[in-house]
Design a protein around this ligand. Structure first.
Ligand code: LLP
Length: 398
């Protein structure tokens, strides 16, 4: 999104405003598909990254299924017209009520614990996928590493015999082998190692229809970071899947379920500068009309987001702390960031905010959720109006 369009959107819809460029989403979908030569290949979209229906529809139209993790995400996928067969529900700490709802909808569940396997069988499920913890984790931050001994996810690979025993005793066919080892990796050594583990486990599961190697593909948030070598990633994975299918004696479907890779770079959070404060201690705080309530990634994962001053790109650069309007010291988007010196009223763009931005937003400090706009073929349209204070307060019984 160029500067003029951003300015026009901010003027039309106000700030803070999330903007998603659907052409970028389409390009990422196609790049991923093109990188995987192995067939059959069924990519899923981890809808938790950005559930905005216009975004999800764009990805579905590219032939992706949906990786869901809650009844709400299943409902969203079905409401967009996806058939239940193209939805995979990867549970963790699922309740029996949630299980019943998913089974009634005809959605396959990926079980992440032995007790869930037993309960699925008890409820009459015939088929299931199993998420294994391959002991090899990855991820840009410990909080987004989802494999290895410290995480709650998946069935430890050493418990494969128990999975087989439950499957035989209960007549529950394990049709999918699943892993997701972490989020935001740019180099794929750990992913490749985990793939070797999951394909080795899969060899011992007799009823497989697919192997799902999860998501986690990163994007270059920081200046100087290189994008993932998608061709090398795809070639390695395709070769592994070929070798597996040859050994297994049947061409199983290969699945991936990225979230961030498809949507992060398509998204920008536009915000207006509301205050510039120079302290006697030599810091300059640039305050904005949004905060970690709308984009928690910096506060939660020490993430880095590029920030641009769209109003005065030619101004003299200065090292400033860009902060939000939430009453917490951790409400910081960037420390000592070199930026054309902002003034009150300037429009800032927080880049790469399309994944886990609005999706993780809250109304903390009783600040309403921002609006969302999508740009499709260069044409903007409102995807979600700004929440009003009345709507926010109407949630309670008075
Ligand atoms: N599959 C499963 C089972 C997952 O739990 C996740 C993400 C994905 C796929 C997609 O991962 P991705 O391709 O987006 O890395 N809020 C954090 C990321 C948390 C990811 C949780 N699970 C962030 O803002 O970085």
């Amino acid at each position: 999104m160029d500067r003029d369009l951003a300015r026009r959107l901010a003027a039309a819809y106000g700030t803070p405003l999330y903007v998603y460029d659907l052409d970028v989403v389409r390009a990422r979908c196609r790049a991923l598909r093109a990188a995987i030569a192995y067939r059959p290949f069924q990519p899923l979209y981890a809808v938790k990254a950005n559930p905005c229906p216009a975004v999800v529809r764009t990805i579905i139209d590219e032939g992706f299924g949906i990786d869901a993790v809650s009844p709400g995400e299943v409902r969203l996928a079905l409401r967009l017209g996806l058939s239940p067969a193209r939805v995979l529900y990867t549970e963790n700490s699922m309740s029996d009520a949630e299980q019943a709802e998913a089974l009634a909808a005809g959605v396959l569940i990926t079980a992440g614990s032995l007790d869930r396997l037993e309960r699925l069988a008890a409820a009459g499920a015939q088929a299931v996928a199993v998420r294994f913890n391959p002991d090899v984790g990855a991820g840009a931050h410990p909080k987004i590493c989802t494999a290895g001994p410290l995480t709650k996810f998946g069935i430890p690979q050493a418990e494969l015999p128990r999975v087989l025993e439950i499957s035989r005793r209960r007549g529950l066919r394990v049709v999918g082998a699943h892993m997701h080892i972490g989020s935001g990796f740019l180099e794929s050594a750990a992913f490749a190692a985990a793939c070797r583990v999951i394909f080795a486990l899969a060899r011992q599961l007799p009823d497989l229809a697919f192997v799902d190697c999860g998501g986690g593909l990163g994007i270059p948030y920081r200046p100087g970071e290189e994008p993932m070598d998608l061709a090398a990633f795809g070639a390695q994975l395709s070769a592994d899947a070929e070798a597996f299918s040859a050994a297994y004696g049947q061409r199983i479907e290969l699945r991936l379920e990225p979230g961030r890779f498809l949507v992060a770079e398509a998204g920008t959070l536009l915000t207006t500068v509301t205050s510039v404060k120079r302290t006697p201690w030599g810091r300059t705080f640039v305050g904005c009309d949004t905060g970690f309530n709308h984009l928690v990634r910096v506060a939660m994962y020490d993430a880095y987001h590029r920030i641009e001053n769209l109003s005065r790109p030619e101004a003299e650069p200065a090292a400033v702390d860009i902060v939000g309007n939430i009453c917490e010291s951790g409400d910081v988007f960037a420390r000592e960031r070199l930026l054309p010196m902002p003034e009150v009223g300037d429009l800032l763009a927080i880049r790469d905010a399309g994944a886990y931005g609005f999706a993780m937003a809250s109304h903390y400090n009783l600040r309403p959720l921002p609006a969302e706009v999508v740009i499709d073929g260069g044409q903007p349209r409102l995807a979600r109006p700004r929440q009003t204070l009345d709507e926010l307060l109407a949630g309670w019984r008075w």
